[in-house]
Design a protein around this ligand. Sequence first.
Ligand code: DSN
Length: 480
Amino acid sequence: MADLNALTSSAYSHALEVIASVEPRIAEATRAELADQRASLKLIASENYASPAVLMTMGTWFSDKYAEGTIGHRFYAGCQNVDTVESVAAEHARELFGAPYAYVQPHSGIDANLVAYWSILAHRVESPALEKLGAKNVNELTDADWEELRAELGNQRLLGMSLDAGGHLTHGFRPNISGKMFHQQQYGTDPVTGLLDYDAVAAKAREFRPLVIVAGYSAYPRRVNFARMREIADEVDATLMVDMAHFAGLVAGKVFTGEEDPVPHAHVTTTTTHKSLRGPRGGMVLAGEEFAADIDRGCPMVLGGPLSHVMAAKAVALAEARQPSFASYARQIADNAQSLAEGFLSRGARLVTGGTDNHLVLLDVSSFGLTGRQAESALLDAGVVTNRNSVPADPNGAWYTSGVRLGTPALTTRGFGAAEFDRVAELIVEVLRATTPGTTKAGTASKASYVLADGVAERTRAAAAELLDAHPLYPGLELA
Ligand code: DSN
């Protein structure tokens, strides 16, 4: 078997030379990005490290091909190889997740959610409305028909998890288009436990009668019972959409099964491919066959031309996720999150919901006397990359916040285990204890500036380097 490390090193070294011959600053930035990623503790819960095979697949001439439409039904000639790529990616997605139908064109999670929303509107509202108007498709509608259709489409309701309880912008948050396409209401979490209260969600659904209930999260550190969410949706005749972007890797790796696997329970499931799933940056929609025709309208309804080079990389990543080693990886992600949580709790730090049972923890940094922004910045000084995040009913709002979100997928890819994550918790607590809020020019307490005690950043970086050197990123990849 070929020495893959040597091949990868050679391929990237040569590629950078080719790039440098045109724009050396981009070649330099690419080298610098690898060096930075290698030298930091990446704890952003939505990030990962894709394999060289996935990364290389994106750098090809598939980027040059237009292929609007669907497999075998394109608006451009010469798409036979794109058809192969999209078919293979969709086949892997269907088989990996046990979904009857998969659409692998979305460029991002937001795009995937938009495609899903439109497909639900089309399936639940537009098709019946067209039928009523005696038209086969939207092109046959007159201006008066459009008025009538808009009146029908305009009164649709969406119930999603609120942003500060851990939901996502695209789940009906007002500044996002999902909060404008739909009349939206939000469900939160229990104010004492921080946990989802399914009875409260059901009560809200009965009162609000949404067309769509969205489940899924980007900052909720617990598993969700999707069977229960489907019961709630069925009771009010809503369509259940699950956005599994954050935990798709845990579904793929069979850590989340039964009631915790969204795919058999949701009508439509969306995801990104680059978070715990460890693929290229992009999105995907999974559904039952009844939604397929409407989802297939995603391009050009919502999406620009498919990114064939990224669909090819999705196929490679999904093939990787079907290997047994991916299931071990997924289990390790969850085990490591446990260790990280216990590491914090044993050192007196406060976690939203008191712990985790997925891939992330939400650290409430108000107990250190800091805002999320101050904590995020001090940690970055020390080489720990996180992102600030609201906690439920956050007094500091969505900009300064009171929390820091930390996830285990990326460092688990590097080979970190439970002991390393306990050490990570120890380092983070040391940095936060050594950080104090700064003052504004007016002499009041600042929510942004901070003072990190002398020497702490350097000591933390040195300690982190020991962990990182023992678990190198892309081991064997050496750039000439
Ligand atoms: N930006 C992603 C995250 O960090 O969770 C979600 O879109």
